[in-house]
Design a protein around this ligand. Structure first.
Ligand code: CTP
Ligand code: MG
Length: 390
């Protein structure tokens, strides 16, 4: 007896000609954000932990072109041929999976480059108790029927814009395609015509389809990055001791700096600048000073934490600028080491890092050598719209 497989396969249909874009190059091979639509769409499924196999169907003769468009992803998928219509392409793709049939299959248009992982999760979750699941968004504009004049109002209630990936019980979709007698623009419709239930699940605006020439610009806009600048400021008082920590470097000194952690005003100001650029509170919220676990803590941990938050948001720290304000110690001899240490803590982001110092001409608390102040600015780039779902 064959044990039923629990595997989930993804079938990416990319065998169309993209005639409505008005371009000679089929849309799935054109790029947005420096990557083909096909590669964008495929990567979402290759990356998803629940999906064990990805099969891509392309127009006959396009196999090599598809492999180039997929780049490094080409090794992680199988490529087969599609047919003259989308429906035929899906049927041929399903047949290619029959030899080692999955339990479920997700069918996705290569013309929809952005597939948030939570959209895949919602479709898969629905498949636990339905043979078909279709992501869809409600129609929000008022609808009218007509040619050059309005002839009738159309009730938009219960009308949906359907998207992909659509998910199915593999055998159910395979037989529905085998017995399909009429054309259908998607697989939810093929399954429905076979008399099986297709559940609507919440779609996602980011899963837009590229259809006309103007849609490429819209897709580029979705990949746009926002630039944000945050600032930070910190002061620590001198106290007993023989060294201070500044910008991650221990410097011998006539005094120490007093603080709950290692009192590194430079790293604290920079951490706050990054948190400020993220709009994510301040260092005291992330590492409460009353919490004993941060007593004497090395402040590189605070900075590394802020850097991880930026990475988790799909962003990058591009520039850090710190000014240390003190009469002593002299910062010049330590500056290169400080810059190198900050760059090391933020190495994942490879920011331009600048560390400067100034005195206050003997004025104020820094001038009276009572303590050290630091201020910092951090520039980060964040996706304007989060399509990674991370
Ligand atoms: N598709 C396919 N095989 C076909 C036709 C379409 O695999 N014979 C795929 C397309 O590559 C696309 C998806 O089905 O990823 C949705 O189709 P559509 O947006 O209509 O793409 P095209 O058919 O390529 O575009 P057009 O209709 O403008 O020619
Ligand atoms: Mg088409």
């Amino acid at each position: 007896m064959i044990t039923p497989s629990r595997a989930i396969a993804a079938l990416i249909v990319a065998a169309g000609r993209g005639t409505r874009t008005g371009s000679k190059i089929p849309k799935q091979y054109r790029e947005v954000g420096g990557k083909s639509l096909l590669a964008h769409a495929t990567s979402a499924f290759v990356r998803h932990p629940a999906i064990s196999r990805v099969h891509v169907v392309v127009a006959p003769g396009d196999e090599a072109r598809a492999a180039v468009a997929l780049g490094p992803l080409a090794d992680q998928v199988t490529i087969g041929t599609g047919g003259d219509t989308r429906q035929q392409s899906v049927r041929l793709g399903l047949e290619a999976l029959v030899e080692n049939p999955p339990a479920h299959v997700l069918v996705h248009d290569a013309a929809r480059p952005f597939v948030p992982p939570e959209l895949i999760d919602r479709v898969l979750a629905a498949l636990a108790d339905t043979p078909g699941a279709c992501p869809a968004l409600p129609v929000v504009d008022s609808l009218r029927r007509g040619t050059d004049h309005i002839e009738a109002e159309v009730d938009r209630q219960h009308l949906w814009r359907v998207q992909t990936p659509q998910g199915f019980d593999f055998n159910a979709l395979l037989s529905a395609h085998a017995m399909a007698t009429q054309g259908a623009t998607d697989d939810a419709e093929v399954l429905r015509q076979a008399g099986l239930a297709v559940r609507l699940v919440k779609g996602d605006e980011r899963a837009m389809k590229i259809t006309g020439p103007e849609d490429f610009a819209a897709a580029e806009r979705m990949l746009a990055m926002d630039t944000r600048v945050g600032m930070g400021f910190d002061v620590h008082r001198f106290g007993p001791g023989d060294h201070i920590w500044l910008c991650g470097v221990a410097i011998p000194h006539t005094h120490g700096l007093v603080g709950h952690s290692d009192a590194d005003a430079g790293l604290h100001a920079l951490t706050d600048a990054i948190l400020g650029a993220l709009g994510d509170g301040d260092i005291g919220q992330h590492f409460p000073p009353g919490d004993p676990q941060w007593k004497g803590a090395s402040s590189d941990r605070f900075l590394a934490h802020a850097a991880r938050l930026v990475a988790a948001a799909g962003g990058r720290i591009v520039h850090c600028d710190v000014t240390l304000i003190c009469e002593s110690p002299k910062i010049g001899p330590w500056r290169d080491r400080m810059t190198a240490r900050v760059a090391e803590i933020l190495s994942f982001h490879r920011p331009i890092t600048s560390i400067k110092a100034t005195t206050t001409e003997g004025l104020g608390f820094a001038g009276r050598r009572e303590g050290i102040a630091a201020q910092a600015a951090a520039t980060i780039r964040l996706p304007a719209l989060d399509i990674t779902g991370s």
